[in-house]
Ligand binder design. Structure first.
Ligand code: HEC
Ligand code: HEC
Length: 268
């Protein structure tokens, strides 16, 4: 059984060889870890030996949407492949083989979180809860606001560039259901929040302070879907490079103290 699995894997690896820029390592030998061997034989050729992507396949080591998948999801993807794309099915590795590969992928993902940020995490914390006002909207370890994501272990599995981008370019990764809506009330007041529910008659906003309010649309003077995130768009200019470094270091240090990468939750 073991032998036939192995030889299928090798055959497959050979079949990929001509198409892959990087040859799927023919010498997975230095390790006895079956997951590492299977990964190197079956995945590296397309996803790279560190899983960070190659010419033929995306980054699966630090891409947030993959890191945040459950083990069950990953096992299922590896088993079935992604039909209609270049991601083949690896069901032939058998149940244990697939589990081993996924375990190895997790270890590749985990490694990226130990990256060193050069800033001062204590200064970053002061900024976060001080005049940068991150804590108005975000929580770290139970302290802070609700409207943004809980950032306690946000940084785990992400590169420093990805974290910086999330802070300085919030609209780039904005999901359509978290854009800010501005309402003008008959008395002239403006209210903004994230539309959590909307139908022909009513719209329910969640405000910056976390409260939910429902408005009768017929009574509103104006409703504007801004297409923007609540997260301020001017941090790239408002904060110095050093301050951004400090903030990122704070998030990295915080995540390093939260081992449960897979328990990360979105703020909405
Ligand atoms: C022949 C090239 C190839 C090989 C070999 C390969 N993959 Fe992929 N893989 C892809 C491509 C292409 C995608 C992107 C699919 C898409 O467009 O959604 C992908 C996507 C993925 C995804 C993300 C799926 C998603 O939902 O976005 C995971 C996880 C993954 N591969 C794991 C693996 C593992 C583990 C192995 C080894 C057992 C492996 N891949 C081998 C080409 C490959
Ligand atoms: C006015 C509220 C607000 C403030 C202030 C704010 N954010 Fe955000 N932030 C958000 C919201 C809401 C999101 C979720 C993105 C979205 O809209 O889908 C977000 C997203 C993020 C993300 C990406 C989270 C993810 O899960 O993808 C990071 C990182 C982040 N903010 C860090 C910060 C930092 C650091 C500061 C302070 C310098 C800050 N935010 C200030 C509201 C805010």
């Amino acid at each position: 059984m073991t032998r036939s699995i192995l030889s299928t894997g090798l055959l497959l690896a050979t079949a990929f060889l001509p198409m892959c820029a990087q040859s799927p390592s023919a010498t997975p030998a230095q390790t006895n870890d079956p997951g590492a061997i299977n990964f190197s034989t079956n995945c590296s050729g397309c996803h790279g030996s560190d899983g960070r992507g190659g010419e033929r396949a995306p980054n699966i080591a630090t891409a947030r949407n993959i890191v945040s998948l459950s083990d069950v999801d990953l096992v299922s993807i590896v088993n079935k492949g992604v039909p209609g794309t270049g991601m083949p099915s690896f069901g032939f590795l058998g149940e244990q083989g697939v589990k081993d590969v996924v375990a190895h992928l997790r270890s590749l993902q985990g490694k990226t979180s130990t990256m060193k940020a050069s800033g001062d995490a204590a200064e970053g914390r002061t900024l976060f809860f001080g005049w940068a006002e991150c804590s108005q909207c975000h929580m770290v370890k139970g302290e802070g606001g609700y409207i943004g994501a809980d950032l306690s272990d946000y940084a785990s599995g992400l590169s420093l560039e990805e974290i910086l981008r999330a802070i300085t370019d919030p609209d780039a990764s904005l999901s359509s259901n978290s854009t800010v809506v501005e309402l003008r009330l008959p008395d002239g007041r403006h209210i903004d929040g994230i539309a959590r529910a909307e139908d022909n008659f009513d719209i329910t906003l969640q405000m910056k302070d976390g409260r939910w309010l429902t408005f009768n649309k017929a009574k509103l003077v104006d409703i504007t879907h801004t297409g923007h995130s609540f997260h301020p768009r001017d941090y790239g200019t408002r904060l110095s490079a050093k301050e951004l470094d400090d903030l990122i270091s704070y998030l990295v240090v915080s995540a390093a103290n939260v081992p449960a990468r897979h328990q990360r939750r979105r703020g909405h």
